[in-house]
Design a protein around this ligand. Structure first.
Ligand SMILES: Nc1ncnc2c1ncn2[C@@H]1O[C@H](COP(=O)(O)OP(=O)(O)OP(=O)(O)O)[C@@H](O)[C@H]1O
Ligand SMILES: [Mg+2]
Length: 259
């Protein structure tokens, strides 16, 4: 498998209330092309910090992050913008990530409006019309095209998350970072959203970094799993090895807590 992203010895420390918090300490990992890498760990273990560093929203204090061999840590201006096209994100709370004053189609089109020259193959027929493009993206996430004119408050939580996913895939990214994408949803809706994410990953050939505190969700979608605790990686394994005797005691604790 070709390597898409590699992370070498990254650390990140925050200062809060005059206290230093080591959010990440010497984390190394890689994500292969077309692979879903799951990140699981309790609250505060550094999962979202890792996601933000991979999105180049923040920089590590130490270590290097490479996307297709190019270091993100020194990227600026146009080079950083171009890279952003290839690494997109879906966050936990779709209400916070969608502008309540905008109709759905405007929110869906935001990334494509920022990159007018990008024409993903699945939008080749519609790209000339913004509404048609938004309708096509909604169809890809299982929403009827009538939703283009609606507003976020008229949608259910699951539907809003579908809209956030439509936006996340709109630029045909190579990597989609999903930070707790199902954690705000009812259990029955969680399964549907996981299924949608999996099918889009296969269809569009994307890689995923799938972050969750829920080891059951991570296990359902990931090829490989990394377990984090207090800013460090404590276990890593292929998903089908989750019940192996080699598992770290902390991984077993997460599994037994999930029931
Ligand atoms: N901007 C910040 N300023 C200060 N401390 C921060 C900041 N961002 C994160 N932290 C701290 O870094 C640690 C890791 O936080 P992070 O959000 O990465 O954890 P997480 O694993 O995503 O947790 P959760 O499951 O609750 O989302 C925590 O102790 C958190 O309080
Ligand atoms: Mg988090």
């Amino acid at each position: 498998m070709n390597e898409l992203m590699s992370v070498e010895g990254i650390s990140k420390t925050y200062t809060g209330n005059g206290r230093k918090i080591a959010a990440l300490q010497g984390v190394s990992l890689h994500i292969g092309e077309g692979e879903c890498l799951g990140i699981v760990g309790e609250s505060g273990s550094g999962k979202s910090t890792l996601g933000r560093l991979l999105l180049a929203l923040e920089r590590p204090d130490e270590g290097d992050i490479r996307f297709q061999g190019v270091s993100l840590t020194g990227l600026k201006g146009k080079a950083l913008r171009t890279m952003r096209q290839h690494i997109q994100v879906v966050f936990q709370d779709p209400t916070a990530s969608l502008n309540g004053r905008l109709p759905i189609w405007r929110s869906v089109m935001e990334p494509l409006d920022n990159f007018p020259s990008v024409i993903p193959p699945f939008l080749a027929d519609t790209r000339k019309s913004r509404r048609e493009t938004a309708a096509k993206l909604l169809e890809m996430v299982g929403l009827h095209q009538d939703y283009v004119e609606r507003y976020p408050h008229e949608l259910s939580g699951g539907q809003r998350q579908r809209v956030a996913i439509a936006r996340g895939i709109s630029l045909n990214p190579k990597l989609l970072i999903c930070d707790e994408p199902t954690s705000s949803l009812d259990v029955s809706v969680q399964a549907q959203i996981l299924k949608l994410l999996k099918s889009l990953q296969v269809k569009l050939g994307m890689s995923y970094l799938f972050i969750s505190h829920d080891i059951t969700a991570v296990r359902m979608i990931s090829n490989r799993i990394i377990v984090m605790k207090e800013g460090q990686i404590v276990d890593r394994f292929q998903s089908d090895q989750i019940t192996s005797e080699d598992r770290h005691a902390y991984t077993r604790l997460l599994i037994s807590a999930a029931g």
